[in-house]
Design a protein around this ligand. Sequence first.
Ligand code: UDX
Length: 443
Amino acid sequence: MKTAVIGTGYVGLIQAVGLAHLGFKVIAYDIDISKINALKRGNPPIYEKGLKELLHQNRERLFFTTSVEDLKDSEVIFVCVGTPQDSQGKANLNFVFSAVENLKPLLMGKEIVVLKSTVPVGTNRKVQQLLGDKAFVVSNPEFLREGIAVEDFFNPERVVLGFSENHPEWVREKMFNLYRFFLKKNIPFVVTNWESAELIKYASNTFLAMKISFINELARLSEKVGADIKEIARGMGLDSRIGNKFLNAGIGWGGSCFPKDVSALIWQFKEWGIEPKLPKVTKEINDEQIPWFLNKIKKHYGGNLNGKTFALLGLAFKPYTDDLRESPSLKLAELLIQEGAFVKGYDYVEGTRENVKKLVELKASTRHSYGLIVYDDLNTAVKGVDGIIIAVEYKEWNRENWKEFSKLVRNKAIFDGRNILERILVKKLVKEGWHYEGVGVNI
Ligand code: UDX
């Protein structure tokens, strides 16, 4: 079966490489010439564990192109373009519709066009109207987590497929045949209509964001009353109806999906005349979380951060990715800088450090100075600082040489914005004279 992918971002590239690994011939199309050229040379434009190796292994089945005509004769075409937020917070569908418009003249009436992009309810129906009888539109939202996206592709917890009641039976059969690898692995399939498939994606992301916002709000109370949010999360999470995942309190959720999807769901409620209560509060709590954490830091320094220097550990929105979109760490850096502090950044992922360096250069060119410097060496980042701030939940921070850090820093203070340091280590550090502050914990 000949397949095609439109858009070689996180979703499209993983889909293309994954399908090729399952044995399908895949043509991956993007309008970005530099991305396609890099991919032709075997270099993925993003950092994702295992992606480069898989790209090499399957190169005889993978073709990259910037010419839309090359998509002709593909039987199943996956639309994987971005749906970023517009200025109001709605999903911007320009990329989706322009991809479909460009594809339309090539279609012969037998193709399946699969929307993998996260799209508001009603979009699959609109795309089908636009294509008329030139193709059959199927909704197939993705649930890949950055950093472990390749693993998630091969081991999804579910496959969601949304069809129209008017689709002929062979459309479903072809999609099941394409995804037979997952059927054989007994991965549950949710087969439903377009609208439910579209909402499953938004509901899942918003629900996860809501779990985090809930624990973050509770952390504020926990801290005040002498409780420990880590113990509370453990006590809650052992109830299988609640589950222990996405209950880590911290400086909030970021990334390419949660912020835009929560906002887009808020809009969908509004557009249908319903007040979006929980999604709205979920976002509000998250918006407050970084200023709340900054206040804790400020309090420790008597309310004034002017001239203070901080090591900011972790720069992307989560571990093992070089994606900086909506990174809580970078938002915190901005606020620290506004307070007159200097920030020395470090991240384990080289691509992240490089991306932040580029961003800093860009900012510096628009202002007189920008107080964030990225270091390639952790010890240098920590040297001479008034405090260490952990902004990304790498477990590796636990295994770092804190004895060495004691000698390097000017002032022994840790602000653990992800509650990632283990309790035994924290107790030891406190004994050795460190000031430690987490989120909702009492040491
Ligand atoms: C998310 C969804 O998990 C995935 O299914 C969807 O397809 C895309 O969006 P991703 O954006 O890669 O994936 O990040 P995720 O691992 O979900 O984390 C999102 C944010 O929440 C990160 O900033 C992370 O640090 C934060 N987080 C996560 C917490 O603050 N606490 C937690 O307990 C879990």
